[in-house]
Write a protein that binds this ligand. Structure first.
Ligand code: F0G
Length: 374
């Protein structure tokens, strides 16, 4: 078997990359599609529920799929620096891929509002971390303005190469299932990822979509029809940051799921087009619902995702309850980021460690107390 060297090498003929272009890669992609075996049984739901665990990408989130494309093309175009606004994961990924490429990286993050793991990544990979006294939407505006006056290449998802890289998640789901699922659920923040999923599924079905048009200047590539159908797309937003659900921007978005704390998504129109074309919908979950399902998933299936990622499953469980998703369906949830990204959120909702003397008796006592009673 040939060694896996990342998604550009694997899907080069389905991506706008020239044959000779060197891929800046950390072997991203090829994440597992894990069937959730315990949850449907526990909740008495007759569905096939799968998690596409994107937290197992090299920097711990799906952003690496887009970043390998964006940085590869930035380097190909002669860029010496990249820039992004971020709620955390984009900055971690941009910093890592810039380090790999030997170029500079500037990240704008909302002060005090990004998870610790993500901040540590951006710092450790040597990017210039600029905390702004504002939120992600302010950062997004500043990055676009800055790119007009200083020589930096923007690697947020307004960069079409990001979306192109991220569409490969749909290819992998189809390869794993042998078909498209009935439903595909994911969190929606800046709305690039739902757009990318839909493009990937549409290309795989040989179908057109409003969101699919390649912007001018991007090279064409060969499309491959792999399946006959596309899934229904389900996009979930946190109640305190749900502009698409409400149909208007949210000025001061707030949620425990800091990754999707966004009030005015850049890919709003494309996301709405994707949802509408698929026959899907957007819905919201509260912070309590998000955290409850994050813990449920960790404790019943052994999968630790970050709060923003858990909203995909929280939304699906709610829509199953409401009867909006039918029995017998195959449902894929994208778990966008690893739980280790946000240790504070995990520790805050978990039982405190027990401290005992370093003696057998003390340890035995605890074991006896907590041993399952048969
Ligand atoms: N899940 C996680 C873990 C994220 O980090 C993000 C976005 C999303 C979901 C939403 O994806 O923006 O494509 O709709 N994070 C961006 C960032 C905004 O800066 O890291 P989206």
């Amino acid at each position: 078997m040939e060694r896996y060297t990342g998604l550009i090498d694997k899907y080069r003929d389905r991506l706008p990359v020239a044959a000779g272009t060197h891929a800046v890669s950390l072997n991203e992609g090829a994440t597992p599609l894990i069937e959730l075996a315990n949850l449907p049984r526990l909740l008495r739901r007759d569905v096939r529920l799968c998690a596409k665990f994107e937290g197992l990408n090299p920097t711990g989130s799906f952003k690496d799929r887009g970043m390998t494309m964006a940085v590869t093309q930035a380097v190909e175009g002669g860029a010496r620096a990249i820039i992004c606004a971020s709620t955390g994961n984009t900055s971690a990924s941009a910093a890592a891929y810039a380090a790999r490429a030997g170029i500079a990286c500037f990240v704008l993050i909302p002060e005090g509002k990004i998870a610790l793991g993500k901040l540590s990544q951006a710092m450790m990979h040597g990017s210039v971390v600029i905390q702004i006294r504002g939120n992600f939407d302010d950062g997004m505006r500043l990055v676009q303005d800055a790119a007009r006056s200083v020589p930096v290449s923007v690697v947020n998802s307004i960069n079409p190469y990001r979306i192109q890289g991220q569409k490969t998640v749909a290819f992998e789901v189809i390869e794993a299932l042998g078909d498209a699922p009935d439903y595909h659920a994911l969190p929606v923040g800046n709305a690039g990822n739902i757009t990318a999923h839909w493009i990937g599924y549409s290309e795989s079905a040989g179908a057109d979509t409003l969101a699919l048009k390649l912007p001018g200047g991007m090279r064409e590539y060969r499309r491959q029809k792999m399946v006959e159908r596309r899934p229904i797309m389900l996009g979930y937003q946190a109640s305190g940051a749900a502009p698409i659900v409400r149909g208007r921007p949210v000025e001061n978005p707030e949620t425990v799921a800091t990754a999707i704390r966004i009030g005015n998504p850049v890919s709003w129109q494309q996301a709405v087009a994707a949802s509408r074309e698929s026959g899907g919908w957007f819905a919201e979950c509260t912070d309590e619902e998000i955290l409850h399902v994050q813990k449920l998933l960790a404790q019943t299936e052994g999968i630790f995702c970050e709060p923003a990622s858990a909203i995909a499953l929280a939304g699906v469980l709610k829509d199953l309850e409401l009867g909006k998703i039918g029995a017998g369906s195959t449902i894929v949830c994208t778990l966008t980021g690893h739980g280790l990204k946000d240790p504070d959120a995990a520790i805050a909702q978990s039982a405190k460690p027990l401290t005992v003397d370093a003696e057998l008796k003390a340890v035995e006592r605890v074991i006896r107390e907590y041993l399952p009673k048969s």
